[in-house]
Design a protein around this ligand. Structure first.
Ligand code: PGH
Ligand code: CA
Ligand code: ZN
Length: 306
């Protein structure tokens, strides 16, 4: 069944767990995510970036996610990840998205507030929940690359004002994570004190972007079969757990699924050179994603919360 992020995250806050937001761009990834959640009776957010929508086609991607969601016994939200384009957002609203992220984090505060308010007005009129972002993550976000120098932690006082003035339903904050497979040069360092300060003065559910762990065994497997992902590094599982204990109720994961897919596909191509059926090749990637998603459900504590 379909649900909104707001409802899923309010339930998660009560139950002290987090809902995973997993990115998709095609049928196999969506199947892997939804099947894993069905088998573990967990609620889920299916996230679609602008480039994923461009890749698949907005109506096709909506069709895939909504058909699978309506057949599923668990609540599924269809969420726009890092929306920046007004026309695309309105198109998602028309095509049945249940949740929208408006990412005005690259703009100055006043402008971010103004852009977010406008999207909230449109979305709330039709029962769609809105995630906004304040502060800047490092790394590459869809097509936008944020230099380390421009990355900026969320200011708690700004966050309080931002939430009051925009009436957004949930808030993505920057506490030191970044998008992609190369998050940290040395040890991972998250600003948990900042998260606590924000949690104290902001009373809407909070979101952690850039939350892939870049699982070492998967990197090893991919490299064993020919990948070159030497210095890849993510957020350790313990840090994700700690962030959830401090109030994060949505954890965004894209990179870990991409890596799992790559390792799975590389393995079958190397181990079974006689295979040339796309279903077997892409199917191996789908299977690898499903296993990673199941492990994430365990980590986030969302099993049996559907
Ligand atoms: C994310 C995903 N999507 O919005 O924040 O982050 O690159 O860590 O998977 P990762
Ligand atoms: Ca952003
Ligand atoms: Zn993100």
């Amino acid at each position: 069944m379909l649900a909104t992020n707001k409802d899923l995250q309010l339930a998660a806050r009560k139950g002290k767990y987090a809902v995973g937001a997993f990115n998709t761009s095609n049928v196999e990834i969506t199947q892997a995510i939804i099947e894993a959640h069905e088998e573990m009776n967990a609620p889920v957010i299916i996230a679609t970036s602008t480039s994923a929508i461009e890749y698949c086609g907005i109506d096709i991607l909506a069709g895939i996610v909504r058909q699978l969601a309506m057949k599923a016994k668990i609540p599924v939200s269809l969420h726009l990840d890092h929306g920046t384009d007004y026309e695309l957002i309105v198109n998602c609203v028309r095509n049945g998205w249940t949740s929208i992220m408006i990412d005005g984090s690259h703009a100055p505060l006043e402008e971010n507030i103004a852009i977010t308010r406008e999207i909230v007005k449109i979305c709330h009129a039709v029962g769609i929940s809105v995630e906004a972002e304040l502060g800047r993550l490092g790394g590459i976000e869809d097509n936008i690359s944020v230099d380390e120098r421009d990355a900026r932690l969320t200011d708690p006082n700004e966050a309080e004002r931002f939430v009051t003035e925009t009436q957004c339903d949930t808030l993505a904050i920057a506490i030191g994570t970044s998008h992609g497979a190369y998050k940290f040069k040395g040890e991972s360092k998250l600003a948990f004190d900042r998260l606590e300060q924000i949690r104290e003065i902001v009373d809407i559910p909070l979101v952690l972007h850039g939350a892939s762990s870049v699982i070492p065994e998967i990197i090893e497997k991919a490299n064993k079969f020919g990948a070159q992902l030497g210095a890849a590094k993510g957020v350790p599982a313990e840090d994700i757990k700690k962030a959830i204990s401090l109030g994060i109720t949505k954890v965004n994961i894209d990179t870990d699924l991409r890596l799992a897919f790559t390792a799975g596909v590389r393995e079958i191509l190397v181990e079974k050179p006689e295979v040339f059926d796309p279903r077997k090749i892409v199917g191996a990637g789908r299977k690898a994603i499903k296993q990673v998603v199941k492990n994430k459900i365990e980590l986030l504590g969302s099993a049996n919360k559907a």
